[in-house]
Design a protein. Structure first.
Length: 258
């Protein structure tokens, strides 16, 4: 495989993410967030996030190994439980926690004026994370390129996860300021759903039970079906949320944050 083809999947992924983000940015009414550097800040923070989340995952792995003497993927006798625990500790929690902290930092700096700008900040952090993650994954061998092509339909997953987080934080703030019910429910949605979705997706793909126990025929069919369901379900959910964000953009722009 030529060196050029090796970089096609990550370039496509970043290009598609950028395209959808720019469209979302221009969708804000009465005009997009100004000045332009306000939206660049969360993108820049997102670029740093993969390094910190990787460090946190290494810290968790090392801590478990030192305290319990086993791999973080061997915490229980059950391969399915290990898949979920590993996905949660190494991706679902670590990555979403770091991105959550950076979204809060970006909110503090940018000072969004409406719920939609909270959504944009979340998407911007997710875009930065996507760019850096694709850069770190690029240039692999032929098998890794195939994996990247399989992942390509989920190009916007980080943006969508963090858009949900931004929406939850924005609606929580709006409901508290206006005295409307549902503030805690929105906060729970913004924090729990990204972690849960990310954990389930990772447990079905990167840490699929079949990968953890490749020689066990009793789990092969279940693990493959689980992977297929989560892949298709995640793709459908990804595009559903993107369409809902577009559909409700004007409504979110009409919800001011003081």
């Amino acid at each position: 495989m030529s060196n050029v083809l090796v970089y096609v999947p990550p370039v496509l992924s970043v290009g598609l993410c950028t395209f959808f983000f720019v469209r979302a940015y221009k969708r804000e009414v009465p005009e997009p967030m100004k000045p332009w550097w306000r939206i660049v800040i969360p993108v820049a923070l997102g670029l740093v996030a993969p390094w910190l989340s990787t460090g946190l995952a290494i810290l968790f792995s090392g801590g478990v190994k030192k305290l319990l003497g086993v791999s973080i993927l061997q915490l229980t006798p059950n391969v399915y439980a290990n898949s979920l625990l590993g996905a949660f500790l190494l991706a679902g929690f670590t990555e979403e926690f770091v991105k959550f902290i950076f979204i809060l930092i970006a909110i503090k700096i940018v000072k969004p004026a409406k719920v939609y700008e909270y959504v944009l900040i979340g998407m911007a952090v997710g875009l930065g994370f996507c760019i850096m993650e694709e850069y770190l994954y690029s240039g692999g061998e032929e098998g890794e390129v195939f994996i990247a092509l399989v992942r390509l339909p989920l190009f916007a997953m980080h943006m969508v996860l963090d858009a949900i987080m931004g929406l939850g934080l924005g609606m929580h703030k709006y409901c508290k300021q206006t005295g409307r019910p549902g503030a805690k429910r929105w906060l729970r949605l913004g924090l729990i759903l990204p972690v849960l979705w990310h954990t389930l997706y990772d447990s079905a793909t990167v840490k699929n039970p079949l990968i953890l126990a490749p020689d066990d025929p009793s789990i092969q069919t279940v693990a493959l079906v689980y992977a297929g369901i989560m892949m298709v379900g995640s793709i459908v959910l990804e595009f559903t949320i993107l369409m809902q964000l577009k559909k409700n953009a004007e409504r979110s722009c009409a919800l001011p944050i003081v």
